[in-house]
Design a protein around this ligand. Structure first.
Ligand code: ATP
Ligand code: MG
Ligand code: MG
Ligand code: MG
Length: 477
């Protein structure tokens, strides 16, 4: 089942059940406290918090998302992309837990002939919040799952809250069991590689008060209007339905991976490290394409910096695959062609996107050259002194001036038979971060002063800034 078909079935299913189909919002969220749209619910935050009345009682969307938080997982786990699409269904004070569970089960297990995804009930497991007996009952009733396939887990995985007083509530997640070849029995509580999380159902049920920590707060009572917020990973369902090993092998991503393999003359599947690099390239090229289509341009701060890092990491992964020449003029069109059916703008706007991407690659390749000569000189000096370790300040300079990621420096030093003084490098980085933080604090104070003039804005901020995933996700790669 192609990705486009999974998407279409989703929207049809929920439209047939009275949901308003809402087009994806931009990856660049309207919320100034958020770098990117990180979940399907982001565009609906004002309705979910009750700040603005919802224009419809129920909605559905397929939302473009970026999660920089997951960047280290990309290519290593089968299921984490920096860009991905989250299918969501939402209820604003309309249907609640029993109905949300029923919809999810129906869509997943209805046969393909009946418009469903055709998963076998035997391959599905669910988790619930340990105290959520209602969820347990509804899963029994709707799905008839045996008790051991409804696992009760704690607050850290199965409870949602903004981190601030406001709506909160338990969640229930649905997992697909890939079978014993992928790990031991025991369910999602013990193995997240064999049991792949596909869908998260959040039940916004309670009003929470102040808290001492993330998982320790007071529940003030039930919300008068309860909401449903769910998110299903489109790429995850696609890789499971397409019978491939991971999300980088699906129809929307695989062509880029194949192009990377061709360009490098290496075979996908022959070497673990090379495979990871090809998957990283396929992921990062697609994320960059989608970010640029939403108007982000490479720069040294904020969103543009994240884009620049994704582009540079792709160049770096291609270098590690043995290619020193420019590759974006091959890789980006491959990604464009795989994405244009779902997002025609990547084709319509390609002249601009291509120009930006290719230019960025050229510049970085030159930077790599100059950085490499600096490194060569430093390596020579270290060697002459009889040491076998490159000083931390050289690594820091390469990072700061030439944008060399530390792993690049470490690897290049290793090729020359040297190690790198990581702790000195880390200290210099920490010092720099502290300086940046102090700057940001100074800026914030200024903003706070200005916000006195805008009551509404200030109110919006108190509501929005608390989302934990927002804070963690705004950290730079
Ligand atoms: P995981 O535990 O696998 O990292 P998550 O719990 O962080 O996933 P949620 O925040 O619950 O994910 O998001 C809802 C759904 O979105 C997930 O069930 C999954 O299907 C999908 N999803 C989340 N993160 C990613 C990602 N980085 N790449 C692809 N799909 C994702
Ligand atoms: Mg995650
Ligand atoms: Mg999870
Ligand atoms: Mg989850």
């Amino acid at each position: 089942m192609q990705t486009a078909e999974i998407r279409r079935r989703w929207l049809d299913f929920f439209a047939d059940r009275g949901h308003t189909v809402v087009p994806s919002a931009s990856l660049v969220s309207d919320d100034p406290t958020l770098l990117f749209t990180v979940a399907g619910m982001v565009p609906f935050i004002p309705y979910l918090t009750g700040l603005v009345p919802a224009p419809y009682p129920r909605a559905t969307s397929v939302q473009k998302c970026i999660r920089t938080l997951d960047i280290e997982e990309v290519g290593k786990t089968p299921r984490h992309g920096t860009f991905f699409q989250m299918n969501g269904n939402f209820s604003f004070g309309d249907y609640f837990k029993d109905q949300a569970i029923e919809y999810a089960w129906e869509l997943l297990t209805n046969s393909e002939q009946d418009g469903g995804y055709g998963f076998s009930p035997d391959d599905l497991w669910v988790t619930i919040y340990e105290e959520d007996d209602d969820a347990f009952r509804f899963w029994k009733k709707t799905a008839g799952l045996p008790d051991e396939r409804i696992q009760r887990l704690g607050m850290d995985t199965n409870y949602w809250s903004t981190g601030l007083p406001g709506p909160a509530g338990p969640c229930s997640e649905i997992f697909f069991d890939r079978g014993p070849a992928y790990g031991a029995d025991g369910g999602p509580a013990t193995d997240d590689d064999r049991y792949v999380e596909i869908w998260n159902l959040v039940f916004m049920q309670y009003l929470r008060g102040e808290g001492r920590s993330k998982n320790d707060f007071e529940i003030l009572g039930e919300l008068p209007r309860k909401n449903i917020d769910t998110g299903m990973g489109l790429e995850r369902v696609a890789f499971l339905k397409q019978g491939v090993e991971n999300m980088y092998e699906i129809d929307q991503v695989r062509p880029v991976l194949d192009r990377a393999a061709e360009l490098s003359g290496r075979r996908y599947g022959a070497d673990h490290d090379d495979d990871v690099r090809m998957r990283v390239v396929a992921d990062h090229v697609r994320s960059s394409l989608m970010l640029m289509a939403d108007g982000v341009t490479p720069s040294n701060e904020g969103r543009g910096y994240i884009l620049r890092r994704l582009l540079r990491r792709s160049v770096r992964a291609m270098r590690l695959l043995g290619v020193d020449a420019a590759t974006f003029p091959e890789l980006f069109p491959a990604s464009r062609d795989a994405m244009k059916a779902a997002y025609p703008e990547v084709e319509a706007d390609y002249a601009r996107i291509g120009r930006l991407a290719y230019g960025e690659e050229e510049t970085f390749l030159k930077t790599l050259e100059s950085g490499t000569s600096i490194l060569d000189v430093a390596v020579e000096k270290v060697r002459k002194s009889g040491s076998r370790q490159l000083e931390g300040d050289v690594a820091f300079q390469l990072h700061d001036t030439f944008g060399f990621p530390i792993d690049l420096t470490v690897e290049m030093a290793e090729e020359a038979g040297l190690s790198v003084d990581r702790s000195a490098f880390d200290t210099l980085m920490a010092e720099q971060r502290n300086r940046a933080k102090a700057d940001a604090r100074a800026k914030k104070t200024l903003l706070a002063d200005l916000s006195v003039y805008s009551d509404f804005r200030a109110k919006g901020e108190t509501v929005f800034t608390g989302y934990e995933f927002l804070e963690t996700d705004s950290t730079v790669l």
